[in-house]
Design a protein around this ligand. Structure first.
Ligand SMILES: CC(C)=CCC/C(C)=C/CC/C(C)=C/COP(=O)(O)OP(=O)(O)O
Length: 282
């Protein structure tokens, strides 16, 4: 009897699974009629609130890193959906320089959790042909974590199906400062800069020194957790991005949230293009 119940349950599960993947494929097909973003960036907010809700360790004590497990898997699921949709670039704000100001035991457990996740990523991204890139001031990380990040970057350098950029020890102001200082240094040794360049060319040369230079500007920035701020994330790159904030906590983000964000982007883009066209006609 128990065996029969189990096999019926399994069968029901399979039917549900294939039905939901069929529905997802249909919805994605409809989405593809409109413009599909080339780059989506995520501000993954709400991990601690989720841990609290689930009564997971959220006080930074031993094992506190476990609270980011669900968040990590949510990112992997988003990566899969983006691949299926044809979104090539995915960027995740994993740890800001300001996060170093959290309680030391919390920072420590988060860093230990990151290291564990990098090992997992190493297996997952190779299967999915994803190139991993790290954006941020990696000098601020422990030697072990930095070495692991660099290994992952090198090991996936040849993949090109998608590009996953993990912003770690990152703030946008730090990135801009870094790019400007690098550019000044290049100008000092007269490497690339020409005083007669027009501003567009100068901007491009500064942009080349950004941590995010591997990716085009994001089309959509999705922030979970209900806040509407950019919190020092991609300030330079977001000047034409569609900002989409949602109340859902990051580990709870699902396919419908992504679909809704893309639909909003498509509506916004059509509106923006129409405005531009009208501007030209005037
Ligand atoms: C390898 C890799 C990319 C791993 C990703 C792991 C992950 C989900 C990191 C998020 C880290 C973080 C500080 C999120 C903000 O939520 P919060 O802690 O501020 O939560 P709150 O908004 O509820 O306070």
């Amino acid at each position: 009897m128990e065996k029969e119940v189990m096999s019926s349950l399994k069968m029901a599960g399979n039917i549900l699974c294939s039905a939901s993947s069929f529905i997802r494929k249909c919805i994605f097909g409809v989405l593809r009629v409109g413009p599909i973003p080339n780059h989506i960036a995520f501000i993954m907010d709400g991990n601690r609130r989720y841990a609290k809700k689930q009564k997971l360790s959220h006080d930074g004590a031993a094992g506190g890193g476990g609270r980011y497990d669900a968040g990590f898997w949510a990112l992997m699921v988003m990566l899969l959906y983006c691949q299926e949709l044809g979104v090539k670039y995915i960027t995740a704000y994993a740890f800001s320089i300001d996060n170093f100001k959290r309680k030391p035991e919390e920072v420590e457990s988060l860093m230990a959790s990151m290291l564990e996740k990098f090992h997992l990523l190493d297996i997952l991204v190779k299967r999915l042909a994803v190139r991993v890139h790290f954006a941020g001031n990696l000098e601020l990380l422990s030697n072990e974590l930095r070495a692991s990040a660099m290994e992952l970057t090198e090991a996936t350098a040849e993949y090109s199906k998608s590009v996953l950029t993990i912003c770690i020890a990152y703030t946008s102001r730090d990135e801009i400062l870094h790019a400007v200082l690098e550019s000044c240094e290049q100008k000092r040794i007269d490497l690339e800069f020409d005083n007669d360049d027009d501003n567009e060319i100068k901007l491009m040369k500064v942009e080349k020194n950004m941590y995010m230079a591997v990716a085009p500007d994001p089309d959509i920035i999705i922030r979970t957790g209900g806040e509407n701020r950019l919190s020092n994330f991609l300030l330079w790159q977001s000047c034409w991005s569609h900002l989409h904030s949602m109340w859902v906590l990051w580990p709870e983000i699902g396919v419908w949230n992504l679909v809704f964000a893309i639909l909003n982007f498509q509506r916004n883009k059509t509106y923006y293009l129409e405005m531009k066209k009208k501007e030209k006609e005037l």
